[in-house]
Design a protein around this ligand. Sequence first.
Ligand code: GLU
Length: 491
Amino acid sequence: MSNNIRLRFPPSPTGKIHIGNMRTALFNWLVTKQKDGELVLRIEDTDQARSTKEFEDIIIQEMEWLGLDADEGVGIGGDYGPYRQTERIDLYQEYADKLLESGYAYKCYCTKDELDEMRQKAIDNDEMPRYDGSCRNLSEEERKAYEAEGRKPVLRFKLPEEEREIIVEDLIRGNVSFSSSVLDDFIIFKSDGMPTYNFAVVIDDALMKISHVIRGEDHLSNTPKQILIYEALDFELPKFAHLPLILDENKAKLKKRGKDSVYIGEFREQGYLPEALFNFMALLGWSSGDEEEILSQAEIIERFDIEDVNKSGAVFDREKLNWMNGKYIRAANLDRIVELALPFLLESGLVDKEYIENNREWLSKVIDETRTGVDYLSQIPEEAELFLTEIEFAEPAEAAEEFKGDDVKLVFDTLKEKAFAREELTEETVGEIFKELKNELDVGGRTIYHPTRLAITGKGSGPEMTSVISIFGAEEVARRLDTALELAQNY
Ligand code: GLU
């Protein structure tokens, strides 16, 4: 591709990828697809204490699950590699040396204690704590003396002497202006030989020829520092867009870690469909402009515009996600839903492998019925239990009472007879049977419906009887009704 539209998704593999980061990946992916560009997956692993290969693998796995394919990067390759930052240290070093030579950077030997003291002083004087520039103009001797003491320097970026405005031209927010006076001489290389995020990200985005940097709003305050580095190295600026934060239902920033965090894999593990999560995430900060919220991938690609993204925070509304996922579950191909639901049934212990092998068609019917009432597939076992277990009444004596009397026997016998008489039991034909029972038998509605439901499902309420009976079929219905009548006799 030669239209020079190149985007990137550069997660840090320091935790299980959560919804905020994945939404960023999605928006980058959407722009890429829309503009026929390329998406680069870069792994920002310079925080070596917290980065792991396992978290990197999880990022790749969950992107794959959602269908967010990168064109280039870790695990794929490409012309601008390597794509893991820890494999690019020499490059960062090379550009850091350039900044040193041109005077845009300098070595700073201040110790942690000295910096703490500086900080405290500023706080005591009611000033914003910032590096005071002590090492800006060290002489060669001073430097040598520090080195002789064994001090390991960091590299700092030298802010412009004169206060100036730095303007972030943001595709979502318009021009956002920062004064250089709110910054200080920030670190670009740490004493452990690793570049800082702000430095490495610029080198990478520039060398990888990234045209659009789309990332979370939490990075907006980093952007002026990055712009200064772009300028110092004479790199062309990319276009920037900072996405609104994702908020929880209490309008607090969604957590990245801890018990309320939203790791993407949890959705998969609970039986959310990737297309539902895709649709839901696309609406976190963006709307298609009309009321319709269920949008296919193709529709979203067509209608999405980064400039239409909202500035204000996007609320993560789990109820809406559940509603949406339920819709997708019902619309999906049944075989696929069966494939996805069976592991949940296995895990619940309601069925075993052998049962699945021998009763696939029946299970498919059960899953088709029960998917009408669930938000996600891990809820299927609870709904399916009725179809897969023998009824056990908690209070058999009480249940038996419900099945006593000539009227109940008449209802059950007639229902059996009519069920066997039909060629097929569908919701429609079962509906007809119930109508006939009401018209032909001289018994009240309650006597028709209540004992029947209890005998067939073991419960006083639950799914539509027409569908339950049509799924069970005449034989199983008859067996259950007979068992109930026997119970009535034995109590
Ligand atoms: N590694 C950074 C993060 O995950 C990337 C930020 C950026 O897109 O520049 O937050």
